[in-house]
Design a protein. Sequence first.
Length: 92
Amino acid sequence: MIVITKKSKFVFVKQCWNGLSIRSYELCAGVCNKEDASYLELAQLLEEIGYENSEWSKLMAPPANSGIHINLTHCYLAIGVEKLSAQRLDRY
């Protein structure tokens, strides 16, 4: 997802990659399973990023790696989001 606030700031998610011993900032993303709601509904979930109330549009659905996989990457744009809560991720 490309997420842009009402103040024209991009929203990134801080990631910790223990195997690489690094922390990085990345675009918001997630995984959809067959039993889940639509791709758009999953992208709009508040707990993923803590932002909502925006205009959503689908940008594209390119293959993740067409040489060896059949899955697609569904890309969305959210414009005008507002911070409503902290990010609420599952504990592993």
